[in-house]
Write a protein that binds this ligand. Structure first.
Ligand SMILES: Nc1ccc(Br)nc1
Length: 446
């Protein structure tokens, strides 16, 4: 129509747009800092890992859910001093909305539960496998994204829910060849902290902040812990008692200190008794120092650790009975865990348990003459319709090249489409492992 088209700006009705020999700046072909590509070999391992996550979740009767990677920033703004907040990958979008790449999945799950309200049958048993993000100064050279497997139970106040979740994780470990001599769970309850703080009349509002400080107990000097506790208003006496209690490693000792009347002890006793019944007692141990680094946990907390102590926590979780109400939803009991895709791979490498995953195809189909490319395509389609995997050679190649490719992709059979055979309604089939070669009628090819 001669108007100012997509080229824009030009005036002459029919003049072609100016040719600009635009020099394309050589782009960096690496993925953004802190992120990973998944080329085929890595993708096969990732798919294997996620398949095991999903299989275990399915075995336990959980339903898969997912949410946007991008969420309102408000979902993650908590004022307890968490690292996850400091490293939030957040920005303002073109609509001037404050948004964030999710650093974890639980708040999104809580949002969806509230959104669904009473339209979903409780208790909910949902799982997700999703990419989570953090914006960390690259000084530490750590990754900015990882995939997390989450399982959550919403609507069950009893510790049977936490016991069920740990049972699923144990099932996963066993499924990939990891035993209780390789990993264990440190288990505690935030009600331990709560009962100590209450005995010193510390306001409940400080609970989340104190937990976040205590979670750093093995990461920063003890004097810094005491100083941070003091800064949020915890007396030195209360801080001393807290740190004493956190060093307890047995339920009997804990009961001596706290007394037997509190919920912390009864929850933990019930959990350890259920673990016995589930059959994973030798996987778990009480450790009062476990508090986890998320402010919203309110009860049982646990983390999976490698017994050699070489790796960071493999997974972690716990009860978060107040999270939904902080989003304006009804108070609903909830518990769940997160299981990252990085440490587990390091552990499997350490234990020599990485699976051997090569590309596998059943057939490679090749036309021996370029005029038979169509015939080869019809053979490929016929096999594929029977559910057979086929790598179809798409251009005229020397046989040496075809054999080399067949070996590289671990093809089981080489199907050669040659003129004389084709004219007789036949193709040549070579079993690559044995070298046995036969002519097969097309009608009988399967
Ligand atoms: N929360 C979070 C997100 C991303 C990575 Br990597 N690690 C932790």
């Amino acid at each position: 129509d001669g108007g100012a088209g997509a080229g824009g700006g030009r005036t002459g009705a029919l003049s072609p747009p100016p040719v600009t020999d635009e020099v394309v700046q050589k782009i960096d072909v690496n993925p953004p800092k802190g992120t990973r590509d998944f080329p085929p070999e890595e993708m096969r391992l990732r798919n294997w890992l996620f398949h095991n996550f999903r299989e275990v979740s399915r075995l336990s009767g959980f339903e898969e859910v997912d949410f946007p990677v991008l969420e309102s920033e408000a979902l993650f703004i908590r004022k307890a001093g968490e690292e996850i907040r400091d490293q939030l990958y957040c920005f303002e979008d073109r609509g001037n909305r404050r948004v964030a790449l999710r650093p974890e999945l639980t708040p999104s799950l809580a949002r969806l539960v509230i959104q669904k309200g009473k339209s979903v049958p409780f208790p909910l048993k949902w799982f997700a496998v999703g990419q989570c993000w953090r914006y960390e100064r690259m000084t530490r050279g750590r990754r900015r994204e990882h995939y997390q497997w989450n399982m959550d139970i919403i609507g069950v106040p009893e510790v049977t829910a936490e016991a069920e979740l740990m049972s699923s994780i144990v099932t996963f470990f066993k499924k990939v060849g990891i035993s209780s001599s390789d990993v264990g769970f440190k288990v505690s309850s935030r009600k331990v902290l709560q009962e100590v703080l209450r005995s010193y009349s510390v306001p409940e509002i400080l609970f989340g902040k104190v937990c976040i400080i205590i979670d750093k107990i093995e990461k920063i000097p003890i004097d810094d812990i005491k100083n941070e506790l003091k800064l949020v208003g915890i007396s030195e006496v209360a801080a001393e008692e807290l740190l004493q209690v956190l060093s307890i490693k047995s339920l009997e000792k804990l009961e001596e200190v706290l007394g037997g009347a509190g919920e912390a002890i009864s929850d933990l006793k019930q959990l350890f008794s259920l673990a016995e019944k589930f059959g994973y007692s030798d996987w778990i141990q009480f450790d009062a120092s476990v508090v986890r680094g998320l402010a919203y946990y309110t009860g049982i907390v646990f983390e999976g650790f490698d017994r050699e102590g070489k790796l960071r926590a493999i997974c972690g979780g716990g009860r978060y009975d107040k999270l939904l109400s902080t989003f304006g939803g009804d108070d609903l009991p909830a518990c769940g865990f997160g299981f990252g895709d990085a440490v587990i791979i390091e552990l499997l490498k350490e234990k020599g348990l990485l699976p051997n995953l090569n590309q596998q195809v059943e057939n490679i189909v090749c036309a021996l003459d370029k005029n038979l490319q169509g015939a080869a395509a019809s053979v490929a389609t016929k096999l594929r319709e029977k559910g057979q995997t086929v790598d179809l050679v798409l251009e005229s190649k020397p046989l040496k090249w075809v054999f080399k490719r067949a070996a590289r992709i671990n093809a089981q059979r080489l199907i050669l489409v040659g003129l004389s055979e084709w004219q007789r309604g036949m193709v040549s089939v070579k079993i690559l492992a044995s070298g046995e070669q036969t002519e097969v009628e097309l009608a009988n090819l399967e």
